[in-house]
Design a protein around this ligand. Structure first.
Ligand code: UFG
Length: 338
């Protein structure tokens, strides 16, 4: 069995943690990344944690000529595709940048997989495809809602492209993992989230506020129809999320897929409010996070959380890390940066 895997976007937040878990599980990892939102030294971090040398090439997956070189040089049968832009707000102001990058990179990968007879692909999808779901928790059968941002639309479109390629090409087998809200850092504090500029996401904003880099956290909206008025989300530890990729890949490489294209929710199934998360962070880390309530942020859904039963049963994966440990890891990582 070929246990070599190409990881596109492998120096990003989710990609780097996944590379570590893949290596720990006995896979050989080839990372490609254009470093548009990450740093080369993240490869060193992966190597330090695993004690294993990693192949890295600085390549843009939109550059099909360069990508073809990777397919020529390396013998892998599986790909995990993370490489994508992910800032929701930016995607609204620069839609073409998002459509061009996120769609072309994915289509290039699929095209070369077909040409070079490489079988398995895991795609990074998102809970964003559910939008403001009518029934919670969401299962994989919950209807997708029209995307509210070009970013979200690229996730839906890539899912559809993958579904169609799996149907059309005998060689192609795909799994889409719909992530809920990935947070935390590697427990060693060697890897974590490295947002450039002002963070959009909640936990990096919390840790930077606790560290004094930001004056105050704005909690966007306290008048939602939720128990405490703030939004509910399903926060998934980054190491748990990384392990879900290993479980998906194991299923593919062991030839256990029953459909050519499968979808799994990757979440805890336990919703937390923004207010609860902030207070929990303060309590477990014994550090204040100055915060105020601010108007709702455009595009936010009041509540979304997973029913992860399918992934639990079929992938044999479940979220294991305690939220308090996750929030400790996030703070330890932030402190390691100063
Ligand atoms: N929030 C704040 N203050 C902040 C940042 C976030 O109150 O400074 C709140 C948001 O309003 C939301 C919650 O914290 O209620 C979580 O926000 P994040 O930005 O961390 O995460 P989202 O749920 O908005 O984003 C996630 C994924 C995206 C995906 C998006 C779509 O991170 O990739 O869901 O729903 F596109």
């Amino acid at each position: 069995m070929n246990k070599t895997v190409l990881v596109s976007g492998g120096t990003g937040f989710i990609g780097s943690h996944t590379a570590v878990e893949l290596i720990n599980a006995g896979y050989k990892v080839i990372i490609i990344d254009n470093l548009s939102n990450s740093e080369k030294n993240i490869v060193d971090g992966i190597e330090r944690i695993t004690g294993t040398k990693v192949i890295f090439e600085q390549i843009d997956t939109c550059d099909i000529k360069a990508l073809r070189g990777v397919f020529d040089r390396y013998d892998f049968d599986s790909v995990i595709h993370f490489a994508a832009f992910k800032a929701v707000g930016e995607s609204v102001s620069e839609p073409l940048k998002y459509y061009r990058n996120n769609l072309i990179s994915f289509m290039n990968i699929l095209e070369l997989m077909k040409e070079y007879t490489r079988h398995n692909i895991v795609f990074s999808s998102s809970a964003t495809v559910y939008g403001d779901a009518d029934v919670l928790p969401v299962t994989e059968q919950t209807p997708r809602k029209p995307a509210t941002s070009p970013y979200g639309n690229t996730k839906q479109m890539c899912e559809d492209i993958l579904r169609d390629c799996c149907a059309a090409y005998p060689v192609t087998h795909g799994i889409a993992l719909r992530y809920f809200n990935p947070i935390g850092a590697h427990p060693t504090a060697i890897l974590g989230e490295l947002p450039r500029g002002v963070p959009n996401n909640l936990v990096p904003f919390i840790t930077q506020t606790a560290a004094g880099i930001r004056k105050e956290l704005s909690i966007f909206g306290n008048d939602y129809d939720t128990p405490d008025g703030t939004c509910l989300r399903d926060y998934i530890d980054i190491v748990d999320l990384a392990r879900a990729h290993v479980a998906a890949l194991n299923r593919m490489t062991d030839g256990k897929m029953t459909e050519k294209y499968e979808i799994y929710n990757i979440g805890t199934g336990k919703p937390l409010s923004v207010k609860e998360l902030v207070e929990r962070f303060e309590a477990v880390n014994n550090v204040p996070v100055p915060h105020k309530y601010a108007p709702r942020r455009e595009g936010d859904v009041p509540s979304v959380y997973a029913d992860p039963t399918l992934a639990n049963k079929v992938l044999g994966w479940k979220a294991e890390r305690d939220i308090d440990d996750t929030l400790r890891a996030a703070w330890k990582w932030q402190q390691s940066l100063s």
